[in-house]
Design a protein around this ligand. Structure first.
Ligand code: BTN
Length: 323
């Protein structure tokens, strides 16, 4: 079940953001809603996992600041006029587009929480409420599906650029779909494509970025980090969404016009695996080798133990620690 972002929720959070205690009646008066309306919002926040304290006679206080997504603010600062939808909760922002009829417009879906966030290789993507970015962009390409091979790499480059604009230097791409910092995962991309006749393809580009998540999560098996962990400060996700969407559109337009080859150099500069000994998992097989770059289709070039170099179009990479 999906829920659009509720204005009462945003207004209550805005009041509680000063960290002080607020009682239900006063908040209700300030917001023009009933005391029981306020109580419902408080319960909802608690169900979403937001930490609140309550003291009899004083009311409720939020233990940490919480800046919710503000779709109006985001839309105002985008270069292009795109359809933007924002959910309080949705199964998966990628799946939201799977049930929509195709249209030639570019669309973006954001959510505060995903109940069934999907990662690559059938993994789950942990998606706690209001902490990270969960974004999908439906992009119609005037290209055949076979020409979209480098799309996930181009998306990764756009994400690194957006992250760098927010004060992180040192975030790198990890073939094929990850952004890492200090070899810990910061962001991942899941792309799903569908084709229409006459060379039109639709890509749903799903991006997850760990932004303000700091607590250890047993649900996450990979070693991970977040922008807040790196910068040691709380990040306004609206600002990051604006740079992310603007960057993504710029990179996608260039990819559509020029193909992947114009991105090869930029990839090499931001590559975390270059010259590293890695293991590549393809299906049941694991291949070890040294990364020597990527080719013009975005395939990974591995120098194998027998001295030959082979290109791989898919797989999961991991650095061999003791190599
Ligand atoms: C991965 O690294 O395994 C890919 C993770 C992709 C997660 C994003 S979050 C937004 C979009 N919706 C999903 O269900 N998945 C992607």
């Amino acid at each position: 079940m999906s829920k659009k972002l509720n204005t009462n929720l945003s207004s209550v959070v805005a009041l509680l953001n000063d960290g002080d205690y607020h009682d239900g009646t006063t908040m209700g008066d300030q917001l023009g809603i009933t005391r029981s309306g306020v109580w419902k919002v408080i319960k909802k926040l608690e169900n979403y996992g937001v930490k609140l304290d309550s003291i009899k006679g004083k009311g409720y206080a939020m233990l940490e600041p919480l800046i919710l997504l503000d779709p109006k603010k985001i839309k105002k600062q985008l270069y292009a006029n795109i359809d933007l939808v924002c959910f309080e909760s949705v199964s998966s922002t990628n799946d939201y587009f799977a049930i929509k009829p195709f249209s030639r417009a570019i669309k973006v879906c954001l959510a505060e929480q995903q109940t069934e966030g999907k990662g690559r290789m059938g993994r789950k993507w942990h998606s706690p409420f209001a902490q990270n970015i969960y974004l999908s962009c439906l992009y119609p390409f005037q290209k055949d599906i076979s020409e979209l091979a480098g799309l996930s790499l181009v998306t990764s480059l756009a994400i690194v650029d957006a992250i760098n604009q927010h004060g992180v230097s040192g975030a790198k791409v990890k073939w094929p779909n990850d952004i890492v910092y200090d070899n810990k995962k910061l962001s991942g991309t899941l792309i799903e494509v569908a084709a229409e006749a006459h060379g039109i393809s639709y890509a749903t580009i799903g991006i997850g970025i760990n932004v303000n998540m700091v607590e250890d999560k047993k649900e996450i098996s990979q070693s991970w980090t977040s922008l807040r962990k790196i910068l040691n400060q709380y990040i306004d996700r609206n600002e990051l969404c604006i740079s992310l969407i603007n960057n993504l559109l710029t990179y996608l337009q260039r990819f559509e016009a020029k193909g992947f080859e114009v991105f090869v150099n930029e990839w090499m500069q931001k590559d975390s695996l270059m010259k590293r000994a890695i293991a590549l998992k393809v299906g049941n097989q694991t291949i070890e080798g040294k990364v020597v770059g990527i080719n013009e289709q975005g395939h990974l070039l591995l120098k194998l133990k027998d001295g030959s170099t082979r290109a791989f179009s898919s797989g999961d990479t991991s650095i061999i620690k003791d190599a």
